[in-house]
Ligand binder design. Structure first.
Ligand code: NAD
Ligand code: MG
Length: 394
């Protein structure tokens, strides 16, 4: 029986994780669940999974949850704040940590799990993009297992050589073919992108996800972040990574070997598949996903990505080539810009402008320590905020 901590249990990935875990009560015990502020869902999850700990970021919400837990005679201890996230991610009774917080807020708790030598199931790509090699070094130092949850990276992991571990260089791999659905605006012209609304951007054709990653899919920053994520997880330079637009989202990515073999991982677009893969690894068990019906799919199409309509993809390649703090700067500016777009303070097409502004106006430096990364993150957020304020406040 393994103990699991789910960071971000009330989100899209968190809910899917509990769905899979609930199918295998003899394999996993839920030790800790955490959320930002969704008391109702966290309480419901506590009733269903009886964790030892539940964490909320907000003190008032935590007090509310504590009252409801007590009234229901549950044994769950309610904690509060960022340090509590780090604490539950490092508990001795926790074997696996699902890192499913969205954005840079997940960095410290995910890093704590790695440092504690846990099996880290990584959905929170922003944490890895920000901290890059530093994160990979902590994983190696602690002997932690790093299992990708992002469907593409999980697919690549499954197609890598036998006994592959994240971070290892595989010289027999020629290229990684990273598939992209292209998002809801794949066939829109540049001028049409000017007036799209948050709801249109969040209506992904194949996947139901949180709003931040949905907007990232629409701008293709999601793919940009995934390029950086793949370089780190699979220890390859960006030149060995090709983005392939594949609108059906049936092939989740491919590995191209030096002998000409291309291995693909396929399946329905259901995040319970990569989640179940990582939870059962190195075994397999049921995920609850429907079997793939290739006759219903009919066709698989492939096209080249359009760097003109989706400048975020270019910016992400620039950031990974620049290295140092640039991936953190890119990520932070993107988080601020996406939040502003979701609040209808800026246009969809302003998102890449803000990111480029922050990248151009931040002095490059090495990302030697986590404090350097956190400083760069803070600086870029402030720069993005002031740029939005200047350009859009009147
Ligand atoms: P979501 O918005 O649905 O859920 C986010 C979770 O994080 C929630 O539980 C929320 O309470 C928590 N959270 C938010 N802000 C927080 C903060 N400041 N501090 C602590 N907790 C906080 O997001 P999601 O779609 O589940 O995505 C989670 C992560 O997984 C993201 O990094 C995303 O890129 C990645 N991912 C998601 C999918 C998907 O299908 N949803 C696929 C691949 C990768
Ligand atoms: Mg993905």
């Amino acid at each position: 029986m393994k103990g699991i901590c789910i960071l971000g249990s009330t989100g899209s990935i968190g809910v899917s994780t509990l769905d899979v875990v609930g199918r295998h009560p003899n394999r996993y015990r839920v030790v800790a669940l955490t959320a930002n502020n969704n008391v109702d869902l966290l309480f419901e999850q506590c009733m269903a999974h009886k964790p030892s700990y539940a964490v909320l970021l907000d003190e008032i919400k935590a007090t509310e949850l504590r009252g409801r837990i007590k009234a229901a005679s549950l044994q769950t201890e309610v904690l509060c704040g960022v340090s509590a996230l780090e604490e539950v991610a490092s508990l001795p009774e926790v074997d696996s940590v699902m890192a499913a917080i969205v954005g840079g807020a997940g960095l410290l708790p995910t890093l704590a799990a790695a440092k504690a030598g846990k099996s880290v199931l990584l959905a929170n790509k922003e944490a890895l993009v920000m901290s890059g090699d530093l994160f990979m070094k902590e994983v190696a130092k602690a002997g932690a297992e790093l299992l990708p949850i992002d469907s593409e990276h999980n697919a690549i992991f499954q197609c890598m050589p036998a006994n592959y571990h994240a971070g290892r260089r595989a010289p027999e791999v020629r290229r990684i073919l990273l598939t992209a659905s292209g998002g809801p605006f794949l066939n829109k012209q540049l001028h049409e992108l000017h007036d799209v609304t948050p709801d249109e951007a969040c209506a992904h054709p194949n996947w139901v996800m949180g709003r931040k990653i949905s907007v990232d899919s629409a701008t293709m920053m999601n793919k940009g972040l995934e390029v950086i994520e793949a370089c780190l997880l699979f220890n390859l330079p960006p030149e060995q990574l090709q983005v392939v637009v594949h609108p059906q989202s049936v092939i989740h990515s491919m590995v191209d070997y030096v002998d000409g073999t291309v291995l693909a991982q396929m399946g329905n677009p259901d995040m319970r598949i990569p989640i179940a893969h990582a939870l059962a690894w190195p075994d397999r068990f049921e995920s609850g996903a429907e079997p793939l019906d290739l006759f219903a799919v009919g066709q698989l199409n492939f096209q080249t990505p359009d760097f003109e309509r989706f400048p975020n993809l270019r910016l992400a390649y620039e950031a990974v080539r620049a290295g140092g703090i640039m991936p953190a700067v890119l990520n932070a500016a993107n988080e601020v810009a996406v939040a502003a777009f979701l609040e209808q303070r800026i246009r969809f097409t302003s998102i890449p402008d803000i990111i480029e502004y922050c990248m151009v106006n931040t002095a490059q430096r090495p990302a030697n320590t986590i404090d350097c990364v956190l400083d760069a993150d803070k600086e870029s957020r402030a720069l993005a905020d002031s740029h939005i304020f200047k350009k859009h406040s009147h």
